[in-house]
Design a protein around this ligand. Structure first.
Ligand SMILES: Nc1ncnc2c1ncn2[C@@H]1O[C@H](COP(=O)(O)OP(=O)(O)O)[C@@H](O)[C@H]1O
Ligand SMILES: [Mg+2]
Length: 254
């Protein structure tokens, strides 16, 4: 942890969907230069919590602060504007387009030739190459290939590159980034997460793999049945302890 003050602080977050209480009075702090993992069983409220942080859902109760200032968001676009973005497990990439087209989807770079606005494909490619290399240490074998011919890890890199191309980006949320990856690709993705942390981003990682969590995360926020049942530092905890918190071992024993 490099900073003492959190970039993000969520307090007393409640989210109800009709009669379902998805989140019940949850607090969360995220710091620059830190990886915070969020773990918990299915239905524990992980995705709902990060959807609130990324502006997709609005909390029923509770407040979010960014740099100690109240933050109100009514859409994901609002979150992106203040430097908060997410990369989801089901990557929203267009398979039939090449990586550069994906990276600039919806915000294509253009150039004017004889007064006519044209796509600047060359610039989009060089920028894609640059961001992948400089920020993520990734070099694609071919920038011509359709995105669906890339490996899972490379697709992940393109999706992350798209998020970090926003020079504003300060908080990156990743929901199960390694779920669909083999061991080699998982190792690469974890390396990439470490690189983003070194660059001073606050990275929030949702994962079912406690091995991954203990490899990259500084702290672990444990969700259970809509509540936060504790936050531990990986350096001072173990997979066994966290697993016990996830399943509520202490509670059951009491
Ligand atoms: N859009 C929704 N409408 C109704 N219930 C929801 C909705 N999203 C999540 N829930 C419920 O909220 C709880 C938490 O879900 P979720 O945040 O997806 O958990 P997790 O990501 O930890 O598996 C679950 O009981 C789930 O069924
Ligand atoms: Mg989920």
């Amino acid at each position: 942890m490099t900073d003492k003050k959190p970039i993000i602080s969520m307090r007393g977050i409640v989210k109800r969907f009709g009669g379902v209480v998805a989140l019940n009075d949850v607090d969360l702090d995220a710091y620059a230069g830190e990886v915070l993992a969020i773990v918990g069983d299915n239905g524990a409220g992980k995705s709902t919590l990060i959807k609130i942080l990324t502006g997709v859902y609005q909390p029923t109760e509770g407040a979010i602060k960014l740099d100690d200032q109240p933050l109100e968001m009514s859409s994901h676009a609002d979150a992106i504007d203040v430097g908060i973005d997410a990369v989801y497990q089901t990557l929203a990439l267009a398979d039939h387009l090449d990586p550069a087209a994906n990276m600039f989807l919806g915000s294509e770079l253009t150039k004017k030739v004889l007064g006519i606005t044209l796509l600047d494909n060359k610039k989009m490619r060089s920028e894609t190459e640059r961001v992948l290399m400089e920020r993520l240490g990734v070099r694609l074998r071919s920038l011509d290939a359709q995105t669906d011919s890339l490996s899972g890890g490379q697709r992940q890199a393109v999706a992350i590159a798209r998020a970090v191309y926003n020079t504003n980006l300060r908080v990156l949320v990743m929901d199960e980034p390694t779920a669909a990856l083999g061991p080699q690709e998982t190792a690469r993705t974890l390396k990439l997460i470490k690189a983003l942390k070194e660059q001073g981003l606050a990275v929030i990682l949702i994962s079912h793999s406690l091995d991954d969590v203990f490899e990259v995360a500084d702290r672990v926020h444990v969700q259970r049945r809509g509540q936060n049942v504790g936050v531990v530092k990986t350096a001072e905890s173990s997979t066994q302890e966290v697993l016990g918190m996830i399943v509520g071992a202490k509670e059951d024993a009491a």
